[in-house]
Design a protein around this ligand. Structure first.
Ligand SMILES: [Zn+2]
Ligand SMILES: [Zn+2]
Length: 250
């Protein structure tokens, strides 16, 4: 499968990148993991506006879902006069209402569901297109999920936003590529059950035996290189920082 980093900035966009959004493709099926601020524009560098087959929203913080409002416009008010079919949107409970409120004036309270088929996330395993997906609740102030994507014996895991948690270890166990958040700086920010620092991300990757670690969701005010060095201090496999536009063959 192919992983494209559409956006990887943590909490708010940077000059170099939109917020969280990752495109996973296999056998012509396109699954988007998160659609944070600026992601919809960047996505169109990689695929057509209507080429997505499904969307996963890890949680309902704006930096992971707010461009769904713009995507609603694109799907609901199609320029050719048509309306797009509803594509599956896997998201925590309350996503439809949250996005409808953010949009502010949808034609009706159920307009979002005409173009998005909202499916409530739980800790679960299921098939979607060519993928086997596993989702698990992670540790964040709002209901949040990480996800493991498997295809033909290859696997990747995406942490979403999380503090240290066992669920993340299970999702990442033995994956070929671990896309893990590292928002905080080791020794500087120490707020439990919110985000990981580079060292904690590296420790998760080491404990899970991940084949490759890609650190993401690093806010513009955080020194990514320091977080990468902290991760490398505890994880000996290949590790790097996510960059907008980066493509990985998993
Ligand atoms: Zn976030
Ligand atoms: Zn968050």
């Amino acid at each position: 499968m192919k992983l494209t980093v559409v956006g990887c900035s943590g909490s708010f966009p940077s000059a170099e990148s939109a917020c969280s959004s990752y495109l996973v493709e296999a056998d012509g099926f396109r699954l988007l993991l998160d659609m944070g601020n600026g992601a919809l524009g960047e996505l169109q560098r990689h695929i057509g506006l209507y080429d997505l087959d499904a969307i996963f929203l890890s949680h309902l913080h704006a930096d992971h879902c707010i461009d769904m409002c713009g995507y609603f416009v694109a799907r609901y008010y199609r320029h050719d006069g048509g309306r797009c079919d509803a594509i599956p949107v896997y998201a925590p409970e309350g996503a439809e209402q949250r996005l409808t409120t953010a949009y502010a004036d949808t034609p009706s309270p159920s307009s979002m569901s005409e173009v998005f088929d909202f499916r409530t996330l739980t800790t679960d395993s299921f098939e979607l297109g060519p993928f086997t997906l596993r989702t698990a609740k992670v540790c964040h102030p709002v209901e949040a999920y990480g996800i493991r994507v498997e295809h033909e014996g290859r696997s990747l895991a995406y942490s979403g936003d999380t503090g240290v948690c066992d669920a993340l270890h299970d999702l990442a166990d033995g994956v070929d590529l671990f896309l893990c958040e590292a928002s905080f700086t080791h020794g500087k920010e120490d707020i439990p059950e919110l985000h990981l620092n580079g060292r904690e991300a590296g420790a998760h990757a080491a404990r899970a035996g991940a084949g490759r670690l890609v650190l993401t969701h690093i806010p513009p005010w955080t020194d990514g290189e320091r977080n990468l060095a902290d991760a490398r201090a505890v994880y000996t496999g290949p590790a790097e920082l996510a960059r907008a536009g980066a493509v990985y063959e998993v």
